[in-house]
Design a protein around this ligand. Sequence first.
Ligand SMILES: *Cc1c(COP(=O)(O)O)cnc(C)c1O
Length: 408
Amino acid sequence: MSHKGYYREFGGAFIPEVLFSTIEELADAFQHTKEDPGFRREYEEILSTYSCRPTSLTFAENLTRTFGNARVYIKREDLNHTGAHKLNNVMGQGLLAKRMGKSRVIAETGAGQHGVATATMAARFGLQCTIYMGEMDVQRQRPNVFWMEQLGTEVIPVRDGTRILKDAINQALRDWITNIDSTHYVLGTACGPHPFPEMVTYFQSIIGREAREQIMEREGRLPTRVYACVGGGSNALGIFNAFLDDPVELVGVEAGGRGLDSGKHAARLASTDGSIGVAHGYKTYFLQDRDGQMKETHSVAAGLDYVGVSPVLSAMRDKRRIRFEAATDEEVLKAFSLVVRKEGLVPALESAHAFAQAFKELPDLSEDDIILINQSGRGDKDIFTIADALHDPGWEAFIKGKAEEYGA
Ligand SMILES: *Cc1c(COP(=O)(O)O)cnc(C)c1O
């Protein structure tokens, strides 16, 4: 491998030797296609005719009035087909796979959202598709499994290990090694071996490019701060990328779970619990014990519940270009309710992390400030999680009290 694919000390490609040539072929194909204006046109065309791009920029008039200072804007990635930013990435990788002459795609999925997006892309592009999913997740995410199967995808429940996402990743890698010639591995976020972090960031950067243009058109100036939630880091990098060279504060929000002191969270960068290590093909901050065993993570939002994080983000944290914070499950549910009641928008619980952090900081901003929040997806999928939380008898009173506190 070349020295490319490093961000400071993070990233790289720590892969079995049998995958060297495949990964190199992929990196080359990506570099080539990226420079081909025809490819870029095809990519933008499919996203605009198939997935609602450009997505809207919504001025959150009621939230702005509620907090009474900064103007609040929301980038609406929830409007994408299949309900989140994930389609930006899978359509790009699908086009690339076709150009490389691949007839089959595989992917791993945890909560099932990336699986559904990949299965959708495969149906549209006429590619064979196999999705690996931990058996535990298959049981927890029945609706997503149902839709993947309807889309013509084979869903393979993984019975190894703890039967969750990390076990599915290992199985998918084994499949890739066996079927290198026919198969492209569609990685779901800006993690994994080079060139995936760069490639996924490239495809997701369409979010920030649009948002920057839209806010300039609306306000004639850039936002003060941009907020995005951070699972693997793809929606955050997607929106942040357009503002890296500007005097704009970038805030990545991780899953604080039950609180940073509880040990039950997924804050790899915002807490002091993360340490540098190598796993899943790349080097980054992981939540691991002293022997390098991965810890169990927790979040109310399945999409943020992962032990690693994009090497690009690890580098930007150490460079202090992006500030990382964490929002707890409770803060997130509270923020979710406020957004629904005030704006009639239904953010995914992942996206509600970005809102929660913004709400904590809004009181410190002024009327001259503008903030931009990335609503990475819609919350329909979270119906049972939210309903369970609402069952708590204290909840309704709590929400009511909070809404009043915010001037509802
Ligand atoms: C998958 C998902 C995420 C987390 O992934 P990133 O790569 O960190 O963006 C965030 N929000 C939604 C709605 C998701 O579906």
